[in-house]
Design a protein around this ligand. Structure first.
Ligand SMILES: Nc1ncnc2c1ncn2[C@@H]1O[C@H](COP(=O)(O)OP(=O)(O)OP(=O)(O)O)[C@@H](O)[C@H]1O
Length: 831
C-alpha cells in the first residue's frame, strides 16, 4: 500500500485529540481505603458515568489505602535507631513505615514494623467493609492515581492537593508537575508532527468515577459489589466530564500492584465464568522468592503473601488429584546441581504431555565459595548467581561517570536521561529512579523485576542493560540509547498515522520474536503498546519498560537442554514457548486501557496469552491508526473489549491473512486465542508470516530509519553552561538547616540531606553527583539491598559514540528505500 493509499484510510476523528502512554500500572500501586472524608464527590466534582450498559450503578467512595504515614505522618520521621546508622537508614525507615505488612518486604523490615500501623490497617479495612455494606449511594472512587494526577497537572487548583495535605504524593508531585510539563515540551520538540500528543507518564484523571462497570451479556454482569473487578479496573472506569480530564486516558497502563491481595481475592471468589465452579480453583505459590522485596503495605494479615504470588490454575480434575505439597510450592527436588529434574510434570510444564523432550536442569546455585572468610561482603546474590551473570562484572561506573545531555522521558518514579559517559563518550539512556518515591509508592519490587528482565535478556530486540547501580538516593539503569525513540512517535510522523501491511509485518515479526524470547525466559510482558517499543538507530525495534512484567516461574532454575522443536513448518525451528508459563495465572490488573485483554478486565486471572492479545491490538493500530475497541470513556472501552467483535475499516488493502491473524489474536476466549497452544510458534506459523525469515529478522531492512535532523540539540553549549554551575545547590538537611555547601563531594553528607526538599534542578545535580553505593555497602535490611550493581562486560558494548553525526539531535524518520528489494533471504546473501 502506498502512502497515498494510506491517506484514504478512515481517519479516526478522535485520534488527534488522543494522547496516551501512561501505564495504569505506574499509578495504581496502592490499594484503596474507604474514606468518608474523601474530598471527591461524584455529584459535585464530576458527573458519574452514564454508561448505559451498567446493570448496577453501585457507587462507592474509595480513597487511597492509607499507608501508615498517611494516617500518622509522624511515623515517616527517621527514627533514632542506632541500628540505622548506615547511609541508607533513612530509606529503611521510610520503607518500614510504609510497610505494614510484614511479609511484603524484607524480614528485617517486618520485624521492625510497629503494631500500630497494622491495627490501623485492619480498622480501615473493617470500616471499608462495613461501609460497603451500609453505604448504598454516591460513591466516588478516589485513588492514589487521582491524587497524583490532580496534584500533578493542576497543582494550583487540585482539590486533592489542598484538601489532602497528608497525601504522600502531594508535595513531590507538585514539584514534578512543572518538570513534566517541561518534559512534554521536550517531547513535543522531538517530533515534527503535532497532531497527537503523547501524554507524560502520569495522566489526568477525572475527580470522580463511576464504579459501575461492564455489563456484558456474554460474560455476565459485574458491579462494584460483586468484587470481580480489581480496584484498578474500577478506578479506571473514568467519567468524562471532570474539568480535570483534559486528555484521554486510554493509554494509561493499569496496574494494581497489590498482586498478593488480588491473588487472594481471586483465589477465594467463585468465578461466574466458570460453569459449575464450586470453590477455589487455584492454588497459590510464590516461586519468586528472590523478588520478594515488594508488596503492598496494605495487606490484611490473613492475606500476607510474599510477592509475587502466582496463581497456578488447575483444572477441576487436577484439583481432585492429591497434590504433592512440595510441587504446589514449586519446590524442585533435585539433589545435585545439573541433575535433570524428574517428573515434575504439573507445575513446571503445566502437565503438558508434549513436553517430554524438555530436560530441565537444576541451576539452583550452590553456596558460593567463601574466599573472604568472616569478612565476606554481605552483598546480595540475587543476580550474581543467575546463569547469565557471567555477562556482568562488578560495577565500573558511578553517577559521576555520566554527563546529562537531555531528558528523554519520565515515568512517575523514574526519569530517563540521554547521557554521555565522560571517559568513553558513549551515549546511553540512563533511567534514574528516586528511592523515596519508589518506597512511598510501592515500586521497589517493580524496579527489581525490571532489572531482572533487562539483565537476563540478551536479545537484539530487547534493550541492552549496560550498568545498574545505586547511590544513596537513586537507582540507575544504564541502557542502550535507542536513538529512534518511541515507535509511537514514528507512527505519528506518518501522514495517516499508520503504516502499510508489509511494514506492519516487519514490526509485528520483530515484536513476536521479542515476546517469544521473553516467554521463553518465563516472563509475561503485559504492557505492549507503541509507546513501549523503541526504535534502535538501525530502525529495528527494541522492547523497553518491563516494570509491569511478571515472571511466571523462576527461570533461573531451568535450562532447556533439548527444547521441543515443532516440525512441519517450512523454515526455522519453532519452540513451544507456552510451556514456560503453562499453568500459571496471575490476576494483577495491568496493561493499558485500549490494549488490555478481556481476561484482565474480567479479573479472572491471566496468562502469557495477554501478550498475544496486545499484539493483535498493536497490528490493528499500526494498520488503521487507531485501536479497535476504543470507546468514549473507559467503561465503554472495557465494554467494547468484552463484547464487540472486531471490525475493520473499509479498506481492501489489508489482506485476508492479515485480518485473520488479527481476529485470531483478538479472540476473547484466551483458550482459543492464537498462541494458546504453543505460544509464539502458533503465531509464527500463521500464513500472514509466510514470507518472513525468522532467523534473519535483524538482517532485514527496516521500513523507517531514524535520522537526525540538522538542527540537533546543542550539546556543546549545554555542556558549557552546566560547567559554569560549579557549586552544588543549597541543601536543606532534614532538620531544616541549610547545609549550603560548595560542590565538594567529600564534604557533603548525603545521608543528612532530604533530596525531596531540593528543587528539581538541584535533585538532578545530586543524581549525577552522589557516590555510588557498592553492593556490600547496602545493608541486608535495606529495601534496595537486592538491587545488584553490575556492569556489562566491555566486549558486549555496542553503544553509540557521542559525536557520531550529532547523535543527540532531533529525530526524523525516513522511509527506507532499500527495503522492498532487500527483505528476502536471497537478498541477504547477495549483499
Ligand atoms: N533506552 C532508551 N532509549 C531512548 N529513549 C528511552 C529509552 N528508555 C526510555 N526512553 C524514553 O523514556 C521514556 C520513559 O521511559 P520508560 O517507559 O522506561 O519509563 P517509565 O517510567 O516506565 O515510563 P512510562 O510510565 O511511560 O512507562 C520512554 O517512553 C522513552 O521515550
Amino acid at each position: 500500500m502506498t502512502d497515498n493509499q494510506q491517506q484514504t484510510l478512515e481517519q479516526p476523528t478522535s485520534f488527534s485529540e488522543r494522547s496516551r502512554s501512561v501505564s495504569f500500572s505506574k499509578l495504581l500501586s496502592k490499594s484503596w481505603r474507604w474514606n468518608s472524608n474523601s474530598t471527591g464527590n461524584g455529584s459535585t466534582q464530576g458527573s458519574t458515568s452514564s454508561h448505559d450498559n451498567s446493570p448496577s450503578q453501585s457507587n462507592v467512595k474509595l480513597t487511597e489505602m492509607g499507608e501508615p504515614k498517611n494516617l500518622l505522618p509522624e511515623t515517616i520521621v527517621t527514627p533514632a535507631d542506632p541500628d540505622m546508622s548506615s547511609r541508607f537508614s533513612k530509606f529503611k525507615s521510610i520503607f518500614q513505615s510504609n510497610n505494614t505488612s510484614p511479609a511484603n518486604y524484607t524480614s528485617t523490615a517486618s520485624k521492625n514494623s510497629s503494631k500500630q500501623p497494622d491495627t490501623l490497617q485492619i480498622e480501615t479495612k473493617e470500616k471499608k467493609l462495613s461501609n460497603m455494606i451500609t453505604e448504598p449511594q454516591s460513591p466516588v472512587l478516589r485513588s492514589p492515581m487521582h491524587a497524583h494526577l490532580e496534584a500533578h497537572y493542576h497543582p494550583y487548583t487540585s482539590p486533592t492537593s489542598k484538601s489532602n495535605p497528608r497525601s504522600p504524593m502531594s508535595e513531590p508531585l507538585n514539584q514534578e508537575s512543572s518538570y513534566q510539563q517541561q518534559n512534554l515540551v521536550n517531547n513535543d520538540n522531538n517530533i515534527n508532527s503535532g497532531s497527537r500528543k503523547r501524554s507524560p507518564s502520569a495522566p489526568v484523571l477525572p475527580k470522580s468515577h463511576d464504579i459501575s462497570v461492564i455489563d456484558n451479556d456474554t460474560y455476565n454482569s459485574f458491579s462494584m459489589n460483586s468484587g470481580y473487578l480489581p480496584p484498578a479496573a474500577l478506578s479506571s472506569t473514568s467519567t468524562t466530564s471532570s474539568p480535570y480530564q483534559t486528555r484521554n486516558l486510554s493509554n494509561i497502563s493499569l496496574n494494581d500492584i497489590k498482586e498478593d491481595e488480588q491473588v487472594n481475592k481471586f483465589n477465594q471468589y467463585k468465578s461466574p465464568l466458570r460453569k459449575g465452579s464450586s470453590g477455589p480453583i487455584q492454588k497459590i505459590v510464590s516461586p519468586l522468592k528472590t523478588v520478594s522485596q515488594g508488596g503492598s503495605p496494605n495487606e490484611s494479615q490473613e492475606n500476607i503473601q510474599p510477592f509475587p504470588s502466582i496463581i497456578v490454575g488447575l483444572t477441576d480434575e487436577e484439583m481432585d488429584e492429591p497434590q504433592d505439597e512440595s510441587i504446589l510450592r514449586n519446590e524442585i527436588k533435585t539433589p545435585q546441581l545439573g541433575s535433570p529434574i524428574k517428573e515434575n510434570k504439573k507445575l513446571l510444564i503445566g502437565g503438558n504431555k508434549e513436553i517430554t523432550d524438555i530436560t530441565i536442569l537444576d541451576f539452583q546455585p550452590t553456596e558460593p565459595p567463601k574466599v573472604f572468610g568472616d569478612k565476606e561482603p554481605k552483598r546480595s546474590q540475587r543476580l550474581r548467581t543467575k546463569s547469565f551473570s557471567n555477562k556482568f562484572k562488578d560495577i565500573t561506573v558511578s553517577p559521576k561517570s555520566f554527563e546529562k545531555v537531555r531528558l528523554l522521558g519520565q515515568g512517575d518514579v523514574g526519569k530517563v536521561f540521554l547521557v554521555k559517559q565522560k571517559n568513553t563518550n558513549r551515549l546511553y539512556a540512563l533511567k534514574v529512579f528516586s528511592k523515596s518515591q519508589m518506597i512511598k509508592r510501592n515500586k521497589v519490587k517493580r524496579v527489581l523485576v525490571e532489572q531482572d528482565i533487562l539483565a537476563t535478556s540478551n536479545h537484539p530486540f530487547i534493550v541492552t542493560l549496560y550498568h545498574s547501580f545505586q547511590s544513596e538516593d537513586y537507582l540507575y539503569l544504564c541502557m542502550e540509547y535507542c536513538m529512534g525513540g518511541e515507535f509511537f512517535r514514528a507512527l505519528q510522523t506518518r501522514k495517516s498515522k499508520c503504516i502499510c501491511e508489509d511494514d506492519a509485518r516487519f514490526y509485528t515479526s520483530e515484536v513476536t520474536a521479542a515476546l517469544e524470547y521473553l516467554h521463553l525466559l518465563g516472563f509475561i510482558y503485559r504492557d505492549l503498546k507503541p509507546e513501549n517499543i523503541l526504535l534502535h538507530r538501525s530502525g529495528h525495534i527494541m522492547l523497553s519498560d518491563f516494570d509491569l512484567s511478571i515472571q511466571t516461574q523462576d527461570a533461573k532454575n531451568f535450562k532447556i537442554k533439548s527444547p521441543m522443536i515443532t516440525s512441519g513448518h517450512n523454515q526455522s525451528a519453532m519452540i513451544d514457548t507456552k510451556i514456560f508459563s503453562d499453568g500459571f495465572r496471575t490476576n494483577s490488573f495491568v496493561g493499558t486501557e485500549e490494549y488490555i485483554a478481556p481476561e484482565v478486565i474480567r479479573g479472572n486471572g491471566h496468562t502469557a496469552a495477554v501478550d498475544w492479545w496486545t499484539l493483535g491490538i498493536l497490528i490493528y493500530e499500526m494498520l488503521f491508526g487507531m485501536t479497535p475497541f476504543k470507546g468514549a470513556d473507559t467503561n465503554k472501552t472495557f465494554s467494547n473489549i468484552l463484547k464487540n467483535d472486531i471490525t475493520f475499516p473499509n479498506n481492501n488493502d489489508i489482506s485476508r491473512h492479515c485480518k485473520d491473524l488479527i481476529k485470531k489474536l483478538l479472540c476473547k476466549n484466551e483458550s482459543k486465542r492464537l498462541g494458546c497452544k504453543m505460544g509464539a510458534a502458533d503465531i509464527k506459523r500463521h500464513p500472514f508470516f509466510k514470507k518472513v525469515q525468522w532467523s534473519f529478522l535483524r538482517n532485514q531492512e527496516p521500513p523507517l530509519i531514524p535520522k537526525l535532523t540538522e538542527n540537533g540539540f546543542d550539546f556543546v553549549a549545554t555542556s558549557a553552561k552546566n560547567k559554569k554551575i560549579k557549586n552544588m545547590p543549597s541543601k536543606k538537611s532534614q532538620d531544616g538547616t541549610n547545609t549550603d555547601k560548595p560542590n565538594d563531594e567529600s564534604k557533603i553528607d548525603y545521608s543528612k540531606i532530604d533530596i525531596s526538599l531540593l528543587s528539581l534542578e538541584d535533585q538532578e545535580k545530586v543524581m549525577f553527583d552522589e557516590p555510588v553505593a557498592n553492593d556490600d555497602e547496602v545493608p541486608e535490611d535495606d529495601p534496595f539491598h537486592n538491587f545488584n550493581s553490575m556492569s556489562l562486560m566491555e566486549k558486549d558494548n555496542d553503544s553509540m559514540i557521542y559525536g557520531d553525526n550529532n547523535s543527540y539531535g532531533k529525530i526524523a524518520y525516513t522511509p527506507n528505500s532499500n527495503r522492498s528489494r532487500s527483505n528476502s533471504h536471497r537478498a541477504f546473501f547477495k549483499k
